[in-house]
Design a protein around this ligand. Structure first.
Ligand SMILES: O=C(O)CCC(=O)C(=O)O
Length: 260
């Protein structure tokens, strides 16, 4: 699928590490298009939000914008708005191999961090659904829309932690403390009750068009943006057919309906 990364190899890495970095997966023309739509859409939504302040987390947000952590904005954009078919994208072979050919698009949009914004707390995007380790029920693809050096705060992942975040298997873990950002949730927390090694935090500079593809259950976080520029990544998320939980977007209001 990715240049130099056969599908079987990518699938194996995803299973083992819970994520993979597919360098150069998107060509520059496609990335320029995603960036243009992302910036245009973000500008519209943020100007509709105006000076209203919103809290942190999806329940405190709006249908059109969620502040994931201070200065980190998640703006949903549908495949139609991006002008793409969610199955006709460079990562689809991997998504369908892992989630099935009937996998469904669940969310897409852009997440951007303001210059100076802090790192997020470690979290997962949705909890395990069985005490036995199952294949992923959802996958995320995050596309670097521009070169993203470490100082700009790419996403950090705790390698292999998708196996350790199972609160149904490990009674020491609390599902809500994993999903909703909680200061005590750190890689060490996952093994506090067991003898295993602490999963290693991995992050690397991302070149334009590189994609981080990861299991919804892996511990991860956006790092702090110590640069003077906005850091933007487009994301496309997919779920197994029939998986309906939604811990990602829980708002019940629109910025376009908000009063003065
Ligand atoms: O900004 C990032 O790199 C990751 C964002 C994220 O994980 C989230 O908001 O849930």
């Amino acid at each position: 699928m990715a240049p130099g990364k056969p599908l079987a190899c990518a699938q194996q890495q995803l299973e083992q590490d819970g994520y993979l970095l597919a360098e150069g997966l998107c060509d520059s023309k496609f990335v320029a298009h995603l960036l243009e739509v992302s910036l245009r859409h973000s500008d519209q939504v943020m100007s509709a939000l105006g000076t209203q302040t919103i809290g942190i987390g999806s329940a405190a947000g709006f249908d059109e914008v969620v502040q994931r952590s201070p200065g980190r904005w998640d703006i949903p954009i549908s495949p139609d708005e991006f002008g793409v078919d969610d199955r006709d994208l460079p990562w689809w072979p991997l998504i369908s191999a892992v989630l099935g050919n009937d996998a469904e698009h669940s969310f897409s949009g852009v997440v951007y961090s303001d210059p100076g914004s802090p790192a997020q707390c470690w979290h997962i995007d949705s909890p395990h659904v069985s005490a036995d380790h199952l294949p992923p029920h959802a996958l995320n693809v995050m596309v670097a829309l521009h070169d993203t050096p470490l100082a700009m705060g790419p996403t950090e992942l705790a390698r292999g932690s998708h196996r350790l975040t199972n609160h149904l298997q490990n009674p020491a873990l609390v599902s809500d403390e994993l999903v909703y950002q909680h200061e005590a949730t750190v890689p060490e927390y996952l093994v506090a009750n067991a003898n295993g090694a602490v999963p290693e935090g991995v992050s690397s500079a991302l070149a334009t068009g590189s994609c981080l593809i990861f299991d919804d259950r892996i511990l991860h976080r956006g790092l702090n943006n110590a640069s003077t520029s906005r850091r933007s990544m487009t994301y496309f998320s997919y779920r197994q057919a029939g998986y309906r939980e939604n811990t990602h977007f829980e708002a019940q209001r629109s910025v376009y309906d908000a009063g003065p």
